[in-house]
Write a protein that binds this ligand. Sequence first.
Ligand code: PLP
Length: 407
Amino acid sequence: MNPFDIQKIRADFPILDREVYGNKLVYLDNAATAQKPQVVIDAIVDYYTWNNSNIHRGVHYLSQIATSAYEDARETIRAYINAKEKYEVIFTKGTTDAINLLAYSFGEKYIHAGDEIIVSALEHHSNLVPWQILCQRKQAKLKIVPVNDKGEFIFEEFEKLLSSKTKLVAVAHISNALGSINPIKKIIKKAHERNIPVMIDGAQGIVHSAVDVQELDCDFYAFSGHKLYAPMGVGVLYGKEQYLEEMPPYQMGGEMVDQVSYQHTTYNRLPFKFEAGTPNVEAVLGLNAAINYIKGIGIEQIYRHENELLKYATNKLKKIEGIRIIGEADQKAGVVSFLIGEIHPYDAGTIIDHFGIAIRTGHHCAQPIIDHFKIPGTIRASFAMYNNFDEIDLLINAVKQVKKMFE
Ligand code: PLP
């Protein structure tokens, strides 16, 4: 494995050279979306320059090239997450789309009145609202695993919620609001003791850790390309063949069908049954390029670097009087959420932005966990492979300036 060369990595991301308000951009909003390396941008440009064509349905040269590039990308992803079969990798628009697919399709097949679905108090709205609406539609019940004051999933409470009525557990791998890493392996094992399937929202998890779906033994794993240095508009739903075979399609149209007449339609095989319509081919190719790029660096090295940044930022923030860190889980990745005294996060964020520093403020699409802490929101800095310690020093300086302005 190559040594982790931060200078070289930074040079691969052209946007890092731009200025914002006369300052060099410091991009610390990676949990919202990550920047793209040149190889990903090139993959998109190459596709539209040389190979643009619709896939799976053309006999002509370009269509065949585009189709095999698209299917090669599926194989890259299969291997990256160690799915058993390539057709267990379904392309979606992103995590939200993947979870909506599952909530509709799994819900149609397996959820009935009186059933229960378990999520945690740490979920992004994307892994909460689809289940809430499904439960309303099917007269089922949504159960919430509480968190402790450090922002950690309380495993004992989870065990208590499991029952013969539980039909699915859907939890985040890593919380986007607090950075807490959930004990997903333990959760999956416990649920499987009762034959309950588990869906992991991996929107943040896949970015900060190696994911082996067979080793985890999760039944579903969802993630977005754009948080993984790939383009927007592509994501993945991994699902075990057994469930995907039984579940009905989510959207109807071209590609997901086999035979169509006015009276009757039969469905295509996996994975196409779940991929109606023309997909976002260039984004899939960009995702392929992003994963190959990450593999070239090594996700373990990336995680180690981000963890050092996280520790460095947390220690420096804690030294500033009046700073409150929200979410201090023992197992944490990629994110530090905090408040500066009584200053509203939005006011702080607006000032910090003027230093050219992109951070996130607010509830981070996870209102219930923010309500749990009885705060209006947080200021969130989230780290990626290309961030460095100087950038954190700049953030710390900006935070001190905010404090000074309000004193
Ligand atoms: N789940 C988590 C944990 C997230 O962090 C996000 C995005 O921030 C999502 C789901 C939704 O992802 P997307 O907007 O890419 O569909």
